[in-house]
Design a protein around this ligand. Structure first.
Ligand SMILES: [Fe+2]
Ligand SMILES: [Fe+2]
Length: 159
């Protein structure tokens, strides 16, 4: 599917913001344990920061005249499906609440999937300027996932 480069980046920004919104729901649901509120708010901040980094690159690209309305072949079906899945998970957690083990499991799924998406989106092959940012975000999401795995172990005993 040929997509406008702006749409592809818009989708990437939406995914990061939706991840942040999910973590904010986890924080809201953890007000009885302050360490957990901080834990989830930190995660939400990291995803908002990813969204902001993409935006900065987006406006830098918009300043390049030959970018214009350039379209390119990109497989964004997986990214769009991922966005809907995170949104559905967030709405369910808002509606029905979420236990800590469930929240940790969901977050690990999100981080694993977004690290993989960052690494896969063809866009960054077309625009190597994005390579470094993408690689950095993928590394951070992998680090997030690893931290979640140790948090799961740490808190498994206390829940
Ligand atoms: Fe991210
Ligand atoms: Fe992340």
């Amino acid at each position: 599917m040929a997509s406008n480069w702006k749409d592809v980046l818009e989708l990437a920004v939406s995914i990061e913001l939706e991840c942040a919104a999910l973590y904010e729901v986890f924080a809201k649901r953890s007000t009885n344990r302050r360490e957990l509120v901080y834990f989830w708010m930190n995660y939400a901040e990291a995803e908002r920061y990813h969204a902001a980094s993409i935006r900065i690159h987006q406006s830098a690209l918009a300043g390049i005249p030959e970018m214009g309305e350039q379209k390119f072949e990109v497989e964004s079906t997986d990214a769009a499906a991922f966005l809907s899945a995170i949104r559905a998970a967030r709405e369910k957690c808002e509606r029905e609440g979420v236990t800590l083990p469930e929240a940790l499991r969901l977050a690990r799924w999100v981080e694993e999937h977004s690290a993989e998406l960052h690494g896969r989106i063809q866009f960054f092959k077309v625009f190597p300027e994005f390579g470094d940012l993408l690689q950095k975000m993928a590394e951070e999401d992998r680090a997030h996932r690893d931290l979640l795995t140790s948090a799961e172990r740490r808190w498994a005993a206390s829940t």
